[in-house]
Design a protein around this ligand. Sequence first.
Ligand code: AMP
Length: 140
Amino acid sequence: MAGETPDSIFTKIIKGEIPCHKVFENEHVLAFLDITPLSVGHTLVVPKRLVERFEDLPTDEAAELARQLGPLARRIVAAVGAEGYNILLNTGKVAGQEVPHVHFHIIPRHAGDGLGYRWKAAPAEQDALAELAKKVNSQA
Ligand code: AMP
């Protein structure tokens, strides 16, 4: 139908049209195991509403999504015996987002798993940081 947003692959999973290995579900959130995991237990946490970007979720639904991350991470870590985990949200193709439906990754970590976690960072000038903070604060 004209004007309707086409389903994402995750919407199809939410509707039960594509199978998944579910680890959590409530009114607004579904979590299931990633089909190409970076480590055992790699889980995707998805809002049931189809939006591409986190900032476009209604704030109560964003809050509900965030609320589930800690309890889920605790269960996943316990299930796979991990020492830690990364929570990742890729937004935009430039940041590595392939599926245009918000999803947090919970990626269990073990010592020596070789996945890495350091990005190349360089110290910034204080003046530049102050100027930038002003610019961000002036945004609506
Ligand atoms: P991203 O690059 O952040 O958009 O991540 C998309 C993730 O979705 C990848 O880790 C894929 O392995 C995962 N994925 C894609 N299709 C499925 C599916 N049918 N079931 C579970 N995970 C999926």
